[in-house]
Design a protein around this ligand. Structure first.
Ligand code: TYM
Length: 375
């Protein structure tokens, strides 16, 4: 196996080559036809689709068919609470909110406090639970419909999740998880069981499920897709986003456990300004004269990539920035300034919503769920 880059739910190393990743994971690149079909069915386009930030899928066509002439579908995604929420996490969630709004569907959001407890030697179960509540605020702040959105926290909602996880666990064997995640003899058995728990919400309803997620999480659901038919459930469908790079550049994805690699939703305007000015990798030239002559590189410039991937949805504006930066008329410092302003404004609005949102309205209600399933 080629090891020039590694991407699993728990490891990321090297420059991700997406063409090779598509082959390695066996993903389906979203065709233009599929892109138009999603936009047509939704009634509007989304820049994350248009810019190919959401770039691949599994069984997206099945979901659209089920929406148009079948039982419909539900949405599911999640977060492993290992730290504050960073801007990479927002990508699948913002898109999930758009899907919920345009397809009018139920959404389940799983917070895997157990996963991060098993994974991170420095975190207690209380720590990860408290982080889960913080992360839940970021998710709910994005405008999900409280009547159709249910946040599950693994350590609190086992009554519902365990019977589903047990069914999955019985069908996933050790050699398959080991091959997917590279477990060794020293891996704790919580981690070995964990994929069954991330699979469980796929089986909360008998309908097809669509999961918007970062492509690093795909290995879990490859296992889920193998066993779903044995359990007489539809295979979970996926729509994957590429990974937003760390501040230091494309060699690493943004990660909540590496402090200076990430911009968090809790950062102050001052922290944002300092991080971008000091750490954001620049695709500019080493001198102003050289930059004016050769221009900047928008493929590697982290400030440009953050604008492109998230903070500047307006195509006309982003294309102007691209042209000016590549031609050398815009300097690296000026580009950083644009990002700082956009990010600060975004965070100000987000932080206000985050403080005022009532997560109680979103927390999964086991009694209500049981009643709904009985009907
Ligand atoms: P976690 O907490 O690592 O990430 C949450 C979501 O954010 C995506 N993501 C990113 N997207 C773009 N750029 C990045 N740099 C970046 N970093 C993370 C992840 O792919 C994910 O979609 N085990 C999961 C929690 C989970 C889950 C799920 C995720 C439970 N059930 C269902 C997706 C779908 C985790 O630790 O995610």
């Amino acid at each position: 196996m080629d090891r020039d880059f590694i991407l699993t739910p728990w490891e990321s190393e090297g420059d991700i080559d997406y063409t090779r990743l598509v082959e390695r994971f066996g993903l389906n690149v979203i065709s233009n036809e599929m892109r138009y079909r999603v936009a047509d069915t939704a009634g509007e386009d989304h820049f994350l689709l248009r810019r190919k930030i959401f770039f691949s899928h599994r069984d997206l066509g099945v979901i659209l068919n089920s929406h148009q002439s079948g039982p419909g579908f539900f949405l599911y995604t999640g977060r492993g609470p290992s730290g504050n929420t960073h801007i990479g996490h927002l990508i699948p969630w913002v898109f999930a909110q758009w899907l919920q709004k345009n397809f009018d569907v139920t959404m389940y959001f799983q917070l895997t406090d157990d996963e991060k407890f098993y994974r991170d030697a420095g975190l207690s179960l209380d720590d990860t639970y408290n982080l889960a509540l913080q992360n839940a605020r970021d998710f709910a702040a994005l405008g999900f419909d409280p009547n159709k959105t249910h946040i599950l926290i693994n350590s609190r909602h086992m009554g519902t999740l365990y019977p589903l996880a047990a069914q999955a666990a019985k069908k996933i064997n050790y050699s398959n998880t080991k091959a997917s995640f590279g477990f060794g003899n020293d891996t704790n058995i919580g981690m070995i069981f964990y994929t069954a728990l991330q699979s469980a919400p796929c089986f909360l309803e008998r309908k097809p499920v669509l999961i918007p997620l970062g492509v690093d999480q795909d290995p879990h659901f490859r296992l889920t897709r193998d066993i779903a038919p044995i359990l007489k459930y539809p295979k979970p469908a996926l729509i994957h986003n590429i990974m937003i790079p760390s501040l230091a550049g494309s060699k690493n994805k943004m990660s909540a456990s590496q402090k200076n690699s990430a911009v968090y939703t809790t950062d102050t305007p001052n922290q944002i300004r300092k991080k971008i000015n000091k750490y954001a990798y620049s695709g500019g030239q080493e001198s102003v004269a050289k930059h004016r002559e050769l221009g900047g590189n928008t493929q590697t410039d982290v400030s440009f990539l953050y604008l492109w991937m998230f903070f500047e949805p307006d195509d006309v504006k982003i294309n102007n920035i691209k042209k000016e930066y590549e031609s050398g008329s815009m300097l690296s410092g000026e580009l950083k300034q644009i990002l700082i302003e956009k990010m600060t404004k975004y965070m100000e609005i987000h932080q206000n919503r985050r403080e005022s949102v009532d997560i109680g309205e979103y927390i999964f209600d086991e009694v209500e769920y049981k009643n709904k399933m009985r009907r």
